[in-house]
Design a binder for this molecule. Structure first.
Ligand code: C5P
Length: 433
């Protein structure tokens, strides 16, 4: 199985609570694709209902296949309620003789979540003793396995050997398991099924055809920076990190290895992304400079605070001692994007952002040239449905050859996808759309 698996084992389990609703809209790489979701008999099966729902909301046609044991944990009707399609259970149903062949042949991805120790053993030896096993063996599309089991079962040498076999199989991908709370009375340990959102993203990654970003290394900066004024106060801006995080997620879905350097943001980091958390512009510069020489693409979506207090106080400035007025001397922060454009390897692509209240596109064109970007995404400030904090954005993409593409209002996830379309085109040396 390919990356996304073993690296996930080390990931701290991650709540998906503050994903924006935009992240669940129909769109690539799920839209119009057929996914078979195999559910095995483990307590994590209750979370598979959410996986089925989210894949459906993303625009996939989801056929759920329940093993006999899975039906002891979750009812078929629950899956029908979220997918609009009746789950499939019986290999030997009358009238469904070739069901397994059709499902396997037509699937763009088979996802097994939870994949129990028993199912992994059967998959590793190519068993086709039930509907799910036969679908898997009849399928040439990629498969994603989300193992879930007791920590002792996960540690068992046979389970490890089966996983090693599956990990080595081309087209097979693994997500998790995480370390965390197991079934009641079993405490915590490795074996908990990966978060449903991580599994949905792993399916998206498996569905996306190999493109110019597959295997590329992408650095994304995101969020604001905070510049300390004193021990408790800071200067910052309204950036939420939604655009940068959407770009990091989209790059990961397109097969890139992603480093996300982010200032303070309440948005959950995308799954499978290396996250470097920073606070100030100087910290962001250090993190970016450390990585920049090795990346194929850098996307500077962070709203770096342009000025910082020149001498932040170590203590808290007291109202009584300040009198009625406080003067703060500010110095300019380094321009991280401009500095890093010059340090990138030949052929690497640098993407900037411009957020302006007036003369947006003209100013963006000026920044594109001045900062050495290949592309710049211009987005308006001061509109309620675009720019800072909103879930949507209105982006114009400009490139260094003078092309301009004004996109309509769309969610930040959709805008991120479009920006990466433009990046891929340049990586391929394309002529533009
Ligand atoms: O000049 P302005 O701040 O509008 O530039 C916007 C672009 O430059 C963004 O891509 C932003 O991330 C980047 N930038 C930077 N370091 C700064 C200021 C801006 O990397 N100090």
């Amino acid at each position: 199985m390919s990356p996304g698996g073993p690296a996930q084992e080390a990931r701290e389990p991650c709540a998906a609570g503050n994903r924006t609703e935009g992240a669940l809209e129909p769109g690539p790489p799920w839209l119009g694709r057929r996914v078979v979701l195999g559910v095995c008999g483990g307590i994590a099966a209750y979370k598979s209902i959410q996986i089925a729902r989210d894949l459906t909301l993303h625009g996939a046609t989801v056929d759920v296949v329940l093993t006999k044991a899975a039906r002891r944990f979750v009812a078929p009707l629950a899956f029908e309620g979220v997918t609009g399609r009746g789950p499939l259970i019986d290999l030997f149903a009358v009238g469904g003789a070739a069901l397994h062949v059709g499902l396997g042949r037509d699937a763009d991805c088979v996802c097994v979540a939870p994949a129990t120790a028993d199912f992994l053993a059967r998959a590793a030896s190519g068993r086709a003793s039930d509907l799910l096993g036969t679908v898997l063996t009849a399928c040439e599309a990629p498969a994603v396995f989300a193992p879930a089991m007791n920590d002792r079962m996960f540690a068992h040498p046979r389970t490890r050997a089966n996983l090693a076999l599956l990990d080595a199989a081309p087209g097979y991908h693994r997500v998790g398991p995480d370390t965390g709370r197991l079934a009641a009375g079993e405490g915590s340990g490795p074996g908990r099924m990966a978060d449903p959102s991580a599994i949905v993203d792993a399916v998206g990654r498996a569905l996306h055809p190999r493109g110019a970003l597959s295997g590329a290394t992408v650095l994304v900066t995101s969020g604001p920076t905070r510049e300390p004024l004193d021990a408790v106060r800071f200067v910052a801006n309204r950036s939420s990190g939604k655009m940068g995080h959407a770009l990091a997620r989209a790059a990961r879905l397109r097969g890139a290895g992603v480093v996300l350097v982010t200032g303070p943001s309440g948005v959950t980091a995308p799954f499978g992304v290396e996250v470097v958390r920073v606070e100030t512009a100087l910290e962001m510069r250090d993190a970016v400079m450390e990585a920049i020489g090795d990346v194929d693409v850098a996307v500077h979506a962070a709203a770096v605070t342009d000025f910082r207090p020149s001498a932040p106080r170590r203590d808290k400035l007291k109202r009584e001692s300040a009198g009625g007025e406080v003067a703060v001397r500010m110095v300019a922060n380094p321009d991280i994007a401009a500095e890093s454009a010059a340090r990138m390897k030949p052929g690497a692509i640098s993407v900037g952002f411009a957020l302006e209240t007036t003369d947006l596109v003209e100013r963006a064109a000026g920044k594109l040239a001045a900062k050495g970007f290949d592309l710049i995404a211009a987005n308006p400030a001061g509109e309620p449905d675009a720019g800072f904090e909103a879930d949507t954005n209105r982006v114009t993409i400009l490139d260094r050859d003078g092309r301009r593409s004004a996109l309509p209002l769309m969610t930040k996830s959709a805008a991120a996808w479009k920006i990466l379309d433009a990046v891929e085109e340049r990586l391929r040396g394309g002529e533009g759309s």
